[in-house]
Design a protein around this ligand. Structure first.
Ligand SMILES: C[S@@+](CC[C@H](N)C(=O)[O-])C[C@H]1O[C@@H](n2cnc3c(N)ncnc32)[C@H](O)[C@@H]1O
Length: 223
């Protein structure tokens, strides 16, 4: 899989890709279901999943960053490092991330247990991206992740999630229960394996009726 060595060189100024590949592969050996890929995502997928993130719109949350294929792309498109908050559960990968992106906030944590007081400096996120292996997560784990993310998501904000599967990786029941919906927003054939990106967002509530029809407001005719 094409890992963006060029992007790595530009974000670090030194030759780290080999170490990153080794760290990623080592992490896969330790926890194959949690890493769920043999190598980091390629740049076409990184470009697609970050396509809807607007630099300057506010803090961005990244879940399951691995060695930072998406983080590098966020920076390349102009998102400030101070606005990027990464959650990665593998401590060795988190070390690689901190070394590669010293100004990005990297937290070693499980995305299924984000506490209410995580991210003390963030009021709300403008958007989130995720490389989490959702298909390997149980429904209760999915609920905990989505509740934690959308508790802190600003109005109109969305979570972008990639998958190698043929449909939205979050279960339809989980999404319905949380008042969320998943829409496929694009795909990348030039990724091994090919991947799709889904936007997870809040359902727009039906509009509240505020206008009162004149006839109704006037009440029944009296004559
Ligand atoms: C498929 S890899 C994706 C890495 C990177 N985003 C990419 O596309 O190259 C999944 C990453 O999610 C991390 N991960 C898996 N489950 C997690 C969880 N519950 N909380 C935080 N990170 C998790 C793994 O350690 C791994 O780095």
């Amino acid at each position: 899989m094409p890992f963006s060595d060029d992007l790595w060189a530009r974000t670090t100024g030194h030759d780290g890709p080999v170490r990153a590949h080794m760290a990623f592969f080592g992490s896969w050996l330790r926890r194959p279901l949690r890493v769920a890929a043999l190598a980091p995502s390629g740049r076409p997928l990184a470009r697609l999943i970050t396509d809807w993130i607007e630099p300057g719109a506010g803090p961005v949350l990244e879940l399951g960053a691995g060695t930072g294929a998406f983080t590098a792309e966020l920076l390349a498109k102009g998102v400030a490092a101070k606005d990027i908050h990464v959650i990665e559960m593998d401590d060795r990968l988190a070390e690689v991330l901190s070394e590669r992106f010293p100004e990005v906030q990297v937290t070693v944590a499980n995305a299924t247990s984000l506490s209410r007081d995580a991210f003390p400096t963030v009021r709300e996120f403008a958007a989130a991206i995720s490389g989490l292996p959702v298909l390997a997560l149980s429904a209760p784990e999915q609920i905990r992740i989505l509740s934690g993310v959308f508790r802190r998501m600003g109005p109109g904000g969305a979570l972008y999630q990639f998958t190698y599967g043929p449909r939205c990786p979050f279960s339809a029941q989980v999404l319905a229960r949380l008042g969320l919906r998943g829409q496929r927003v694009g795909g990348v054939v030039r990724n091994l394996p090919p991947a799709s990106v889904y936007r997870i967002s809040r359902h727009v509530s039906p509009p509240t009726i505020t206008a009162i029809d004149d006839d109704v407001a006037a009440g029944p005719p009296t004559t």
